[in-house]
Design a protein around this ligand. Structure first.
Ligand code: ATP
Length: 498
C-alpha cells in the first residue's frame, strides 16, 4: 500500500509539476519546497570592479536598457531607457557594461535594468490567464505547442467573479463553468467544493474521468518580448511598509533586489485582474517624466504586483494637508500646478483622456517632484469623445458636467478636473464643494455656480480655474495653453527666496 502511495506521489509530482506547491502541502514525503527568497541577496558592498574600457572581454554582447538608472558611485554607469550597451561581464545581479552611444564609458548597471537584444521570447506554461475570452482560449489551446490535454482557467465572461475551465480534447475544446458558492468555495459539481483553483485542478487532474477530458499540461502561452521585458519574479521584491490602499488593492513601499526602493501595488482579488490589466497597459505605453513610471510586473501566480517608482511623500491631497504641505509657499503651489499641466499636455498629445485627475491621483516625491498616477480609467480617444455606458464610481465633484451627466469624456473634461485640482492645490487640500452632496453639486454647477477664489490665490490662477470650468467644453483651454499660461505666471511670480 505504502509502495503504491509512493508511486502515486511520484507520478503526480512528475506529470503535474505545475501543482508543485499543492503536492508539497498535501503529499508530506515530498521534496521540500526550497524556493527561498534569500539566495538572491548579495553583499553589494563587495562589488569592486577593475574597469578597463578598452577590453571588451570574451563574452561581450549587445543589450538594451529597459529603465533609466542613475549611478550611485563611481563604479556604476548612469543609463537611460533605450540606450544600447555592450555587456562585458555578468556578475550576479549586475552587469559590467560599456555604453555604445556618447562617450564610451564603462560601469556597473543592475542586470534587471537591461535585456539582451534579439533574445527570443520565452514560452511559458500557465494555467490561469486573465482577460481572455472563450474564443481566444479556444484558439490558443488549438494552436501549437498546445496539444490534447492542454488546459487553462479564465475569468467567466458571463458571470463576473466566476471562472471557466477550458480543456483541449483532441481537436476540440471543452469549457466547464466553475461556480462560486456564497462562502467563496469553488466547484464544478456541488458535491466537490474547493477553497481555491489549485485544489480544484489537483482534484480533476486525478479524477479527470468525471469531466471526460484529461488535464495533462497547462496551456503554453507565447509571451511577447514586450511582456517579458516587464515581468519579474516575485522573489526579487521585498515588502517593507504599507503606504496606502485603493479599491484595487494595497500599495507597499518595498525594495527591488535589495537595491532599488519601489512602490508595489498588490492586487486584492483575482477578478480584478482585468482592471489591473488596463492600468498596466496604460502604464506601459505612456512615458513622461511627469507620469508615474512602471518598473516591473509580477503577474505569474497570485497576487499580482505592479511595481512603480517610489514617490516618498505619497499622494498630493494628503501631502497638502500634512504639516510639511501647509508650509508650502505660493511659488511651490505654482510649481506643482505647472508639473501637472506638463504631464497632462503629454497625455493630450497622446490623445489619452485620464478621467480621474485629482490631487489624490498625483504622487509627490523628493524635491516636490509631482507625477500623475492612477491610469486605471485612462482611455485612448479614437474620436474626440469617449462615452461610457454607466456612471458607477464617478468622482462627481472633479468631473465636468457633460461627463458626470452624459458620460461623455474628452480632453476638455480632463481640463475641468484640472481646474478642480488647481482649487485643491491653492486651498492646501480642501475638498471642493464642501457641505454639498454630489447631486447638489451637479445642480449648482448646471445653474452656473462655480467654486469661489481661494484665499491668497493669484487672481490670474483663479481666472484660469474659471476658464477650465466653462460650461461649453470647446471654450475651455487646451493643456498646452494652460501649461504656457502657468509657466509664465511661475516665471514672473515673486520667488520666496529671491
Ligand atoms: P484607486 O486606485 O482606488 O482609484 P487610489 O489612487 O487611492 O485609489 P492607489 O493607486 O492604489 O489608490 O494608491 C493608494 C495610495 O498609495 C495612494 O493614495 C498613495 O498614497 C499611495 N501610493 C500609490 N502609489 C504610490 C507610489 N508609487 N509611491 C508612493 N505612494 C504611492
Amino acid at each position: 500500500m505504502r509502495k503504491l502511495q509512493g508511486e502515486m506521489d511520484h507520478f503526480l509530482r512528475k506529470h503535474f509539476a505545475f501543482l508543485a506547491s499543492f503536492w508539497n502541502k498535501f503529499l508530506p514525503n515530498g521534496v521540500p519546497n526550497n524556493h527561498s527568497l534569500d539566495f538572491l541577496e548579495q553583499d553589494l558592498g563587495s562589488l569592486n570592479p577593475t574597469l578597463d574600457p578598452k577590453d571588451p572581454g570574451p563574452s561581450s554582447s549587445l543589450f538594451g536598457v529597459l529603465y533609466d538608472f542613475t549611478a550611485r558611485n563611481a563604479d556604476e554607469l548612469s543609463v537611460n531607457r533605450g540606450d544600447k550597451l555592450c555587456v562585458l561581464k555578468e556578475e550576479g545581479e549586475y552587469v559590467l557594461a560599456r555604453r555604445l552611444s556618447g562617450d564610451p564609458v564603462v560601469g556597473y548597471v543592475p542586470a534587471n535594468y537591461v535585456s539582451k537584444i534579439g533574445q527570443e521570447p520565452v514560452a511559458q506554461p500557465v494555467w490561469y490567464i486573465s482577460g481572455i475570452s472563450r474564443n481566444k482560449a479556444q484558439i490558443l489551446l488549438l494552436s501549437s505547442p498546445n496539444r490534447h490535454g492542454s488546459f487553462l482557467i479564465r475569468d467567466s465572461e458571463s458571470n463576473k467573479g466566476e471562472y471557466s475551465l477550458s480543456v483541449r480534447n483532441h481537436a476540440k475544446v471543452r469549457h466547464f463553468r466553475i461556480y462560486k458558492d456564497p462562502g467563496g468555495s469553488l466547484y464544478l459539481e456541488k458535491e466537490h467544493m474547493f477553497s481555491n483553483l489549485e485544489q480544484l485542478l489537483a482534484y480533476y487532474t486525478v479524477n479527470w474521468k468525471v469531466i471526460q477530458s484529461p488535464l495533462l499540461q497547462p496551456c503554453i502561452q507565447k509571451r511577447s518580448s514586450e511582456a517579458d521585458q516587464w515581468e519579474r519574479p516575485r522573489s526579487e521584491f521585498k515588502l517593507w511598509r504599507k503606504m496606502g490602499e485603493g479599491c484595487f488593492g494595497e500599495v507597499w513601499e518595498g525594495m527591488w533586489k535589495n537595491t532599488v526602493p519601489v512602490a508595489i501595488k498588490i492586487m486584492k482579488q483575482v477578478n480584478m485582474r482585468d482592471d489591473f490589466a488596463k492600468e498596466i497597459q496604460n502604464l506601459k505605453s505612456l512615458k513622461h517624466t511627469r507620469l508615474i513610471k512602471l518598473l516591473a510586473i509580477c503577474s505569474v501566480g497570485e497576487p499580482v504586483y505592479i511595481v512603480t517608482e517610489l514617490m516618498r511623500k505619497g499622494n498630493l491631497h494628503s501631502y497638502l494637508n500634512s504639516i510639511a504641505g501647509k508650509e508650502l509657499t505660493k511659488h511651490h503651489l505654482l510649481s506643482i500646478s505647472c508639473q501637472v499641466a506638463d504631464g497632462m499636455t503629454y497625455l493630450e498629445e497622446q490623445h489619452v483622456v485620464h478621467r480621474d485627475l485629482a490631487a489624490r491621483n498625483i504622487l509627490v516625491g523628493d524635491d516636490l517632484a509631482c507625477k500623475i498616477a492612477d491610469f486605471g480609467l485612462a482611455r485612448l480617444l479614437k474620436d474626440d469623445i469617449y462615452s461610457t455606458s454607466g456612471n458607477a464610481m464617478i468622482p462627481v465633484k472633479w468631473t465636468a458636467p457633460e461627463a458626470a451627466v452624459y458620460q461623455t469624456y474628452s480632453l476638455k473634461s480632463d481640463v475641468w478636473s484640472y481646474g478642480i485640482l488647481l482649487y485643491e492645490v491653492f486651498t492646501y487640500g480642501q475638498n471642493p464643494y464642501e457641505g454639498m452632496t454630489n447631486q447638489e453639486t451637479i445642480q449648482q454647477i448646471t445653474r452656473g455656480y462655480r467654486l469661489p477664489r481661494p484665499n491668497n490665490c493669484y487672481p490670474e490662477i483663479y481666472s484660469i480655474m474659471l476658464d477650465c470650468w466653462k460650461a461649453n467644453p470647446e471654450d475651455r483651454p487646451t493643456f498646452l495653453i494652460l501649461r504656457e499660461q502657468l509657466f509664465s505666471i511661475y516665471k514672473w511670480a515673486p520667488h520666496p527666496f529671491s
